[in-house]
Design a binder for this molecule. Structure first.
Ligand code: MTE
Ligand code: CO
Length: 422
């Protein structure tokens, strides 16, 4: 699968673990490069014969038209409407750790609120000495911080609980993004309002048509939460909560309230819809887990993957992302044989607290079948579990918090399929 709009449903094959997959031998097969001979050396290509666009012809730059297939995509049969739905980050087509703003996945419960910044207000009230009502200009006058964090929806990989389902890491793992936020520490606003001694929880509420709201323990709010208005330097995109969103590092995306309009301080959780009927995990015995805020360590190989098949034999870069809501990534292991043998991947670039980390494992691929897996280990020593280990503890009913190890089956022709190994 390459550029189709909808993912193919995988053949759901469950492979017996680790067939005999020999070690890859060095082979220097050269890729046959296609292209228009008129543009190839020694000819002078078309783009060298004409003047190009001048400056500011493109006042807000866009990617090359040849990259137009690298876009957010949704799966239309997944939800009843597009206003309460999700689009996925094209992880297979990106590198490094920063998600470009236009490609960050979106999850809305009532569509995108378009807020005029002049009309924006943030109210802080409840168990405080002095309620606040702040404009966007007010927020920009507070001392600010810049932090790079991942945001993962608790429902990321939710479709994969019962078996391999969607053929593409954009769809299986694309409810994650990682950008640099600029904002005010929430602690600063709460201290200015003055917390009453009984304060222990707060409610964060959005200004979208869903008025999405979540309860947060005060300790987290005072620790590292940001009231953010910028992503990757520019103002937040409308899709990401323009002009202001809550940043709750390491915790499930649902609590990162977008279009943030109200913070109410209280002494108990509110038991809002998104923390009772949704974002809870039904266990096998009929009880449900609640307030499962932290995103456990997880990783995925982004290339090769079903949307990024192998094009040529020989030297091959395997690449992926790892992240943990508990801190930094300490190590990522990669297996080519369905988890029988592991070797440490190379972490490259910044390895930050509660951000995604980029990993690489170079290999020589000789056209043999591979069962690719990655396994994240974070600085607390937590090891990403297999899907079987996860199901043993959590049963089959869950949707949220699936951080099980993903397997990609590389076929002899270089195509890649989503599978599970038993
Ligand atoms: N905030 C509001 N106000 N409304 C929403 O629908 N969706 C939540 C959260 N904040 C949501 C919201 C969910 S479930 C997730 S995963 C993240 O926002 C998604 O953030 P993103 O759209 O920037 O990816
Ligand atoms: Co979510």
């Amino acid at each position: 699968m390459t550029r189709s709009d909808e993912p193919k449903v995988s053949r759901r094959r469950v492979l017996a673990g680790a067939a005999s997959l020999g070690g890859a031998a060095l082979a220097g097969t050269n890729r046959t490069l296609a292209g228009d001979p008129k543009n190839l050396p020694p000819n002078v290509p078309g783009w060298s014969r004409v003047l190009g666009d001048g400056v500011a012809v493109r006042p807000y730059g866009k990617p090359s038209k040849f990259e137009s297939h690298v876009i957010r995509r949704d799966v239309q049969w997944l939800t009843a409407s597009r206003e309460s739905s999700v689009s996925f980050t094209p992880l297979h087509a990106l590198d490094g750790i920063i998600t470009p703003n236009g490609l960050a996945f979106e999850r809305h419960h009532g569509g995108i609120a378009e807020i005029d910044p002049e009309d924006y207000r943030l109210v802080v009230h409840g168990l405080v000495d002095k309620p606040l009502m702040l404009t966007l200009a007010d927020l920009k006058r507070y001392p600010r911080q810049n932090r790079i964090y991942f945001l993962e929806c608790a429902a990321n990989s939710g479709m994969e609980w019962r078996g391999a389902q969607l053929n593409g890491c954009q769809y299986t793992h694309g409810m994650v993004h990682c950008v640099e936020y600029t904002g005010v520490p929430l602690r600063m606003l709460l201290e200015e309002a003055g917390l009453k001694t009984s304060a222990s929880w707060l409610l964060a509420e959005g200004a979208d048509s869903a008025a999405m709201s979540r309860s947060l323990p005060l300790a987290k709010a005072l620790d590292d939460c940001l009231v953010a208005y910028r992503m990757n330097g520019e103002m937040l995109r409308p899709e990401q909560g323009y002009p202001v969103r809550l940043v709750v590092p390491g915790w499930e995306g649902n609590v990162w309230v977008k279009w943030l309009r109200r913070i109410k301080v209280g002494d108990a959780p509110w038991h809002a819809r998104e923390e009772t009927s949704k974002y809870t995990d039904l266990l096998a015995d009929g009880r449900a887990r609640r307030f499962t805020f932290v995103m456990d360590a997880k990783s995925v190989i982004t290339s090769p993957s079903p949307q990024a098949p192998l094009a040529a034999k020989g030297f091959t870069v395997i690449s992926g992302l790892a992240w943990s809501g508990r801190g930094r990534i300490a190590r990522v292991d990669v297996s080519l044989d369905g988890g029988r043998n592991w070797r440490a991947a190379r972490l490259d670039g910044l390895v930050l607290d509660k951000a995604v980390t980029r990993f690489y494992a170079e290999t020589a691929w000789n056209g043999e079948e591979l069962l690719l897996q990655s396994r994240a280990i974070d600085e607390t020593g937590y090891v990403q579990p297999t899907k079987a280990e996860l199901r043993k503890v959590r049963g089959q009913n869950s949707i949220y918090h699936n951080n099980g190890i993903q397997t990609w089956h590389v076929l002899r022709n270089g195509e890649v399929e989503n599978v599970e190994v038993s």
